[in-house]
Design a protein around this ligand. Structure first.
Ligand code: GDP
Length: 304
């Protein structure tokens, strides 16, 4: 949490001090709201989410005056509510999945986003919590990717299913991995996929094929499709997210590299523009640097 706070400190200094400078001079007024708009956009919160904040602030100001502290509290509450919108009512922040069934988590995202690292972090936590895990190295496009995922598998003590040879079919690897997961009675199968965004059609075809194999071989499994997104990309990351959301039937987002970025506000843009919940956040390169997303923690780290 400290790392997240420190990391988001860059956003925070940019954001909270400036917001305080705006609201600290007395009750919030329309000029103040316009300044807050600029600040939110600079923090990569995005147009859609910013517009919603402004609308709510303006409505509130019509009914009452907002002294500085109340204005900050109200802003925090607004941001929290917006971040919580895509979650199911019973959502409780946790890294590990449901017990008593096979969970398959398809990890997507462009190369360098932090997919492999995130898989390593998740399996580490899951294994420590007593889950029987397996990794499918289905990024068969890059030989290095298979090696890298094996390194993380070894680190967390989790087996990796891979096909020897380059350019093997990712769907075939997933097929083998599901068979292995069934025979070992695994709780969680993490699938590393290729992240070639340059060719959207290939990406879609590949992911669709993998989905078909999962539906056929493991119809009972609880499937999640998680996009791993590099927070330091800010609004550019949002465009990537849009492409993946068209290709991968995403169910959530993992926001990485929140340590040391001034672009933490992108979380709000992702949630508001794509309607996807942020599931986990990465705040470092180490195996323990993953946290389940909590809107409360996030907003406190962003605005306190
Ligand atoms: P992949 O290509 O998507 O599998 O990305 P990798 O998992 O190989 O990560 C790319 C780089 O980002 C590596 O140098 C990781 O150490 C680094 N990385 C991943 N997650 C984080 C994070 O949360 N914080 C920081 N600072 N670096 C990260």
């Amino acid at each position: 949490l400290k790392k997240l706070r420190r990391g988001l400190g860059k956003t925070r200094q940019g954001l909270v001090n400036q917001i305080k400078a705006v609201v600290g001079q007395g009750p919030l007024n329309q000029d103040g709201v316009t300044e807050i708009e600029t600040l939110l956009l600079q923090a990569d919160v995005g147009v859609t989410a910013t517009d919603r904040v402004l609308e709510a602030l303006q409505t509130k100001l019509r009914a009452e005056t907002l002294p500085p502290d109340e204005a900050i509290d109200y802003l925090k509450q607004l941001l929290r509510e917006m971040l919580e919108e895509p979650y199911q009512k019973d959502y409780a922040p946790a890294i590990t999945p449901e017990r008593g069934t096979l969970n398959i988590w398809l990890m997507t995202g462009v190369n360098g986003a932090g997919k492999t690292t995130t898989i390593g972090k998740i399996t580490h936590v899951a294994k420590q919590s007593g889950y029987n895990c397996l990794i499918a190295a289905a990024d068969t496009f890059r030989a290095a990717a298979v090696e890298q995922v094996k390194v993380w598998g070894a680190r967390s003590g989790v087996d990796v299913i891979a096909n020897p040879g380059q350019n093997t079919d990712p769907a075939a690897v997933v097929y083998d991995a599901i068979a292995a997961a069934h025979s070992r009675e695994s709780d969680l199968l993490l699938v590393d996929t290729a992240g070639r965004l340059q060719n959207k059609k290939n990406l879609m075809t590949e992911l669709e094929k993998v989905r078909r194999i999962i539906d056929k071989k493991a119809p009972q499994a609880k499937v999640e499709s998680l996009l791993v997104l590099d927070a330091t990309l800010g609004q550019n990351g949002l465009r990537q997210a849009q492409v993946f959301s068209e290709a991968a039937q995403l169910t959530g987002v993992v926001l990485t590299k929140l340590d040391g970025t001034a672009k933490g506000g992108v979380a709000l843009a992702v949630v508001q523009q794509l309607g996807l919940p942020i599931r986990f956040i990465g705040a470092g390169e180490g195996i323990t640097d993953l946290r389940p997303f909590s809107s409360y923690e996030f907003v406190e780290a962003l605005l306190s």
